[in-house]
Design a protein. Structure first.
Lengths: 288, 272
């Protein structure tokens, strides 16, 4: 039998790895981040107190605001596109069809593969001179598109690629959601002579609101961490049109060694993310 | 009418499936084709060659990076399974002061964007002298709050009698977790294991930050720097070969355990 004191201590021993990890890799970093926002530091020399210098700089930093705007541009294309296509494909898959497993597996393939692979691959597909996409357009009699070299289009191209990469996951999530809608609802609507489209809009869409909400939140959080795609494809160009916020934070920290300023950007951006998620929670999540 | 609808449905689904599979197919074919062919490649190259792969092997230590990635991902998966089980067990099956507080902290920290801790965590690595060591790639990933919640949920669903019987037989708590309970929650272990492994295997931002020396680089990091850094000398075939090499292990695993992969990933969304 275990002695009484041992019995009392045991739970704390078991959660101790978590508590140590929490202190070292979450609590301390958050506090240290806040301290860093008031300092200038290149990590080698001593820290220098600059009061609100970093914050002032942030508000006048055009490039940072461009990077925020770019990130929102990415989200505003990526999220609607993702929801519409994923929901459509999930609805198709939810019909009585053969090869369901094959289609699902095919859609899901890019989800498991590293973003690095997907980006290297699409960089070639998007290539202006001989990329598969432009060759296809030319063969149809259209002109070439500057997928990654036109500043107006580059971020759209990256958003399309990201949609292609993540779509499979959201198809599966919607599919799970669709299967939770009680069959009786559709049967009742059938009696009233409702069309397929009416049933979809009036029953399906409201009933899968929890899934919809989750998809929006997951792709928002994912979208806000956009980094490796522009890092590999464009380096943030052309004309900073694909510079994402995380890429900018990364550059400030690891190209210029502005640790204090970079931490300030990180703190501000994190608050912005939380704010956006709260707003989404308020407007999208509904009780059924 | 019904027949026409079916045909339309299959056409759309097949079109979508091609959109997802063809790029991978093209990538593999391009990596096996002579450089001059890639700009006109549609399906199969005029002749198959492995020269892109041999160029890749001669230019970067890709074998070493493959080992690093396997090593780091295995450690992270194995140890995070063990630690998360322990914490999840304590939170669901043991009574102690502060239990609910810890649970609430876990939920709260999950909402914290990583962007806020990125820079300080790098500084911690520098101060601990962990830059360019395996420690920086493993230690921060040994605890995974999502895994803790998954295990907590799984342990909660098991009958108390199972634990009581083991205690009467004189089993300690750790023995109970790993020998009595684990065999009963295999689906959770598989899910958490796949997610941890994939997360670790595909992670690239963190290695880019904490690893500078080639001998410690993970596969996605090495491939990224190879492609971006100009050492591929804008040879498309070689770049694509390195991408195929990076994708292959996960795709092979996916082809075998496809169902488990899909279920695991889907469960990330089903939480909360």
């Amino acid at each position: 039998m275990m002695s009484n004191t041992r019995k009392k201590i045991m739970p704390y021993v078991m959660v101790s790895p978590y508590l140590v990890h929490l202190l070292v890799f979450t609590t301390f970093p958050v506090i240290f981040s806040l301290i860093l926002t008031f300092h200038k530091w290149n990590i080698i020399g001593p820290m220098e107190w600059v009061e609100f210098g970093n914050w002032k700089r942030l508000f006048y930093d055009r490039l940072f605001w461009i990077s925020i705007l770019n990130t929102f541009k990415f989200l505003s294309i990526h999220i609607p596109l993702q929801i519409i296509i994923a929901l459509a494909l999930a609805e198709f898959l939810n019909q009585n069809i053969r090869l369901k497993g094959f289609f699902r597996a095919a859609f899901f393939m890019p989800v498991v593969v590293s973003g690095v692979v997907v980006t290297i691959l699409w960089q070639q597909l998007f290539s202006f001179e001989n990329g598969v996409l432009n060759r296809f357009l030319v063969s149809l009699g259209f002109g070439k598109v500057g997928w990654l070299i036109d500043p107006d289009i580059a971020m759209v191209s990256i958003a399309v690629m990201a949609t292609w990469k993540n779509l499979g996951l959201y198809v599966i999530l919607f599919l799970v959601g669709l299967q939770t809608v009680p069959k009786q609802y559709y049967e009742a609507a059938d009696l009233d002579g409702a069309s397929h489209w009416q049933k979809f809009i009036k029953i399906t869409v409201p009933m899968i609101n929890p899934t919809m909400f989750m998809v929006v939140i997951l792709s928002t959080i994912g979208g806000f961490s956009l980094f490796i795609e522009p890092y590999i494809m464009t380096g943030g160009g052309p004309l900073n049109s694909t510079l994402s916020a995380v890429l900018y934070i990364y550059k400030q920290a690891f190209q210029y060694y502005h640790m204090g300023y970079s931490a300030t950007l990180g703190v501000f951006f994190a608050f912005l993310i939380v704010l956006v998620v709260i707003v989404q929670k308020r407007y999208i999540e509904k009780d059924i | 009418m019904r027949g026409l609808k079916k045909i339309l449905l299959y056409t759309l689904l097949t079109g979508a499936a091609i959109t997802f599979i063809y790029p991978f197919f093209w990538m593999i074919m391009a990596s096996l084709s002579p450089e001059a062919d890639i700009s006109s490649l549609v399906l199969f190259p005029s002749k198959l060659t492995f020269s892109n792969y041999s160029t890749m092997v001669s230019k970067i230590p890709i074998g070493r990076a493959l080992f690093n990635s396997l090593f780091v991902s295995s450690i992270n998966t194995g140890l995070s399974l063990i630690f998360s089980s322990m914490v999840g067990y304590a939170l669901s099956r043991m009574e102690f002061k502060g239990r609910n507080l810890i649970f609430m902290i876990i939920i709260f920290t999950m909402t914290l964007p990583f962007q806020i801790t990125l820079i300080p965590n790098y500084i911690i690595m520098v101060k601990l002298n962990w830059v360019d060591t395996y420690l920086s790639l493993t230690v921060p990933f040994l605890i995974n709050t999502f895994a803790i919640l998954m295990f907590r949920q799984a342990f909660k669903s098991l009958p108390q009698a199972l634990i009581d019987a083991a205690r009467i037989d004189g089993c300690g708590e750790l023995r109970i977790i790993f020998f009595i309970l684990w065999p009963n929650i295999k689906p959770t272990i598989i899910t958490v294991g796949i997610l941890a492994f994939m997360g670790s295997w595909n992670e690239v931002l963190w290695p880019l930050i904490v690893i500078r020396e080639e001998q410690f680089m993970t596969l996605p990091q090495l491939v990224t720097l190879f492609v971006v850094g100009g050492r591929a000398e804008s040879q498309l075939g070689v770049k694509l070969a390195s991408a195929v090499f990076l994708a292959a292990p996960i795709i092979i695993a996916y082809l075998f355990f496809q169902k488990h992969f899909i279920q695991s990933m889907a469960s990330t969304g089903l939480k909360d």
